[in-house]
Design a protein. Structure first.
Length: 324
């Protein structure tokens, strides 16, 4: 009993991975008779149908899958994944998929049951849960133990997520494994460059001004990886609203540290951040709004910020310009 509970509760990623392998074997056996990848009914060489949650993962799967996948992301720009509930249309998209990628670690906190149900039928992969716990940031969750889900803010951890996507696509569609391998290698080179750019740009901000204050605690991995102190008004999730004590605590911290700029996020209301700025002003300390950052959601499709590479670069430039 204890063993069962531990496996289900404490090691969800392992169980999901095992389910994924099982489902992949079934899928390969089915595809085996025609010798082709699962078809989308387009008459030609079928594409793998992939359904994803946040834009960052949609973009990642498109980069690794290339022409062999058809990716449908359910969360549009500006949407907060912590609060997002799957619609009936989203459920259909999950049902139509050959494979599902989501972040996990409770980022999509209102969708847990959907993923559990889908995992019984098809590979349903939580990319953040394939990262070894030693690389994750532990946070307290109402006294219990949990991990910070915002792994995409450490580009090196996102490279691990890219490996996971490559491995899972290859397992399900071994015919195109060489293409996934090549795409993943090309994308890893881009991520490598991005990681160096972030490191260099943040290091250019004088150490005493290297403090990133945002609406919610999305930037923990960013701070750890790139040596910048981070502080959010709300916690790791946006599910509980900032109280008046959170606002006054943050105000006092900013005044004491003489911090000049704080940031809002596209997917989180800026009401409480505005209250902090006004509170500090009443105490005679002027704080500027340093700009809007893409935290849990990316920018509009077709803009540079609508890609992971562009979003991270935009954030870093915005932070550096405001704090320098
Ligand atoms: Zn978040």
């Amino acid at each position: 009993m204890d063993k069962l509970t531990r496996r289900r509760g404490g090691n969800g990623a392992f169980v999901r991975a095992a389910i994924a392998i099982g489902a992949a074997v079934v899928a390969m056996a089915t595809a085996g008779c025609s010798g082709a990848a699962p078809t989308a009914g387009d008459g030609g060489h079928g594409k793998l149908r992939v359904t994803t949650t946040i834009g960052q993962i949609t973009d990642l799967v498109e980069n690794v899958g290339g022409e062999h996948v058809q990716v449908v992301g359910i969360m549009p720009p500006g949407v907060d994944p912590h609060l997002y509930k799957a619609t009936q249309g989203d459920i259909s998209k999950f049902e139509d998929a050959d494979i599902i990628f989501y972040n996990g670690l409770h980022l999509e906190g209102k969708m847990t049951e959907v993923f559990e149900e889908m995992a019984e039928r098809k590979p349903t992969i939580a990319v953040a849960e394939t990262i070894e716990p030693a690389s994750l940031i532990e946070v307290s969750d109402n006294g219990g133990k949990a991990y910070d889900p915002h792994i995409w803010f450490d580009v090196r951890l996102w490279m691990v997520a890219a490996e996971t996507v490559k491995d899972e696509l290859s397992r399900l569609d071994p015919e195109n494994a060489a293409a996934y391998e090549a795409n993943a290698a090309a994308y890893a080179a881009e991520l490598e460059k991005l990681d160096a750019y972030v490191r260099e740009t943040i290091a250019g901000i004088p150490k005493e001004r290297r403090v990133l204050v945002t609406a919610h605690d999305a930037f923990g991995y960013f701070g750890k990886a790139y040596d910048i102190e981070v502080r959010g008004l709300q916690g790791i999730s946006t599910a509980s609203e900032a109280g008046s004590k959170d606002v006054t605590d943050l105000r006092d911290y900013l005044v004491a540290k003489k911090i000049k700029a704080i940031f809002v996020e596209t997917s989180v209301s800026d009401r409480s951040i505005t209250a902090v700025i006004e509170g500090a002003r009443e105490l005679g300390h002027d704080i500027a709004e340093g700009g809007t950052l893409y935290s849990d959601a990316m920018g509009e499709a077709g803009t540079p910020e609508g890609t992971y590479l562009g979003m991270v670069k935009y954030n870093v430039d915005t932070i550096a310009n405001a704090l320098k």
